[in-house]
Design a protein around this ligand. Structure first.
Ligand code: LMR
Length: 394
């Protein structure tokens, strides 16, 4: 049987992690995988999470199973964090998943269960694992243009032109904020225009929101997802707690559906629980419980929000510094987009050869499409990167 297995394509982001690990150079710089790092290069456990963990150790009395959809308290707290008060709670079905990736996977599964011929529209580019999961599941997908490689902003004219071909029932996958891999995001007016188009086309939006709080703030980053939930009859939302709570390895995410027809919510909820049971049974609980504790305790929540702001501001500072260095070095404003992008990533617009040269000659690791993780930088490495970019002639 095993002789039939074929080698699968390596995940480009995870492959890069390994290459970085194996590089003996002490001055190497890791701008690959999307993990937040502080100025000393550590990925800290957030203060509120550590405090909640301590409290949980004291108070937790059982490790018995939760529900198939996870702890309902987690769903309530996260629905509120993502959607605010935009839709009534009874319009939302929600199930905990193993991380944001688990939510994405379950979302595609749900879509396929509802419509075996479903087609998914994805931004070009998008997070490579979106495409990998869709391929693995045999779900057809169509890219829509998203990124203007000249301005490094959103190519909105072509995005809308491509989405006019969307058919009723198609799923359109949108990044809630902090677009991965480009860092270029829709403006509020553009969100409105996209929603109008999707309403007209009777498409179903799916929002992947993995970086809430990393761009312009917790509420500002939820602008798009909230407007979509308010205006569209049906929405699928995959949320991750990996980045904004810094609990990557705990695998904590939530899949939500919004149905304006609230009589559907019960069946949606049952379908989410059913899919969890088929794929992994009960979702992981530890991270979800910590998130719930943090969100429901005023003091812990305030401390978490403050630390998240520190993280966000530190990335903004690094963006400004890098754009400034490059302005000086190149005597041009062609890299100013770095300060305008939001979230963890920016797509630099370098060729694969230039990316390879940065790695070989300068020990700078970024994904092959020239996505760099801003949080992998610090005040000292920014000028090193800027010099290297100028040298390579990007
Ligand atoms: C990334 O894009 O680097 C992160 O979302 C981590 C991952 O799983 O790919």
């Amino acid at each position: 049987m095993f002789e039939n297995l074929k080698e699968q394509p390596a995940d480009k982001i995870l492959e890069l992690m390994q290459l970085y690990k194996e590089d003996p150079r002490s001055d190497k710089i890791d701008l690959g995988v999307g993990v937040y790092k502080d100025a000393s290069g550590n990925t800290p456990i957030m203060r509120a999470i550590k405090a909640a963990e301590k409290q949980l150790w004291e108070d937790e009395t059982t490790k018995s199973y939760t529900g198939l959809a996870g702890d309902p308290g987690f769903a309530d707290a996260m629905v509120k964090l993502v959607l605010g008060d935009t839709v009534p709670r009874e319009a939302v079905a929600a199930a905990a998943t193993p991380g944001g990736t688990g939510a994405v996977r379950q979302a595609f599964d749900l879509a396929k269960m509802a419509n075996p011929d479903v087609r998914v529209w994805v931004s070009d580019p998008t997070w490579p694992n979106h495409l990998s999961i869709l391929k693995h599941m045999g779900i057809p997908f169509t890219p829509y243009r998203y990124f203007d490689s000249e301005t490094r902003g959103v190519d909105f004219v072509h995005m809308i032109a491509d989405l006019t071909a969307v058919m009723p029932g198609d799923i359109v996958l949108l990044h809630g904020c902090c677009h991965n891999p480009t860092g270029a995001n829709l403006t509020q007016a553009q969100w409105k225009a996209v929603i109008e188009l999707l309403l007209e086309k009777e498409a179903v939006p799916m929002i992947d929101i993995a970086y809430q709080g990393f761009g312009d703030g917790l509420d500002a980053d939820a602008f798009g997802v909230r407007l979509v939930a308010e205006k569209m009859p049906e929405v699928i939302i995959a949320a991750s707690c990996s980045k904004n709570f810094g609990i990557y390895r705990e695998r904590t995410g939530l899949l939500m559906t919004v149905s304006k027809n609230t009589s559907r919510t019960k069946l949606n909820q049952q379908s989410l629980a059913y899919l969890n049971r088929q794929n992994f049974s009960f979702p992981p609980d530890h991270g979800a419980r910590l998130v719930t504790m943090v969100l429901n305790d005023a003091e812990l929540r305030a401390d978490w929000a403050a630390e998240l702001e520190e993280v966000r501001n530190s990335m903004l500072g690094l963006r400004e510094q890098l754009a400034g260095e490059l302005r000086q070095l190149t005597n041009s404003d062609k890299f100013d987009f770095i300060a305008q992008h939001r979230g963890m990533f920016s797509r630099l617009g370098a060729t694969p050869e230039q990316v390879a040269q940065l790695r070989k000659d300068h020990g700078i690791y970024m994904v092959g499409d020239s996505r760099l993780n801003i949080a992998g930088l610090n005040k000292t490495s920014v000028p090193v990167l800027a010099q290297a970019i100028a040298k390579v002639g990007i």
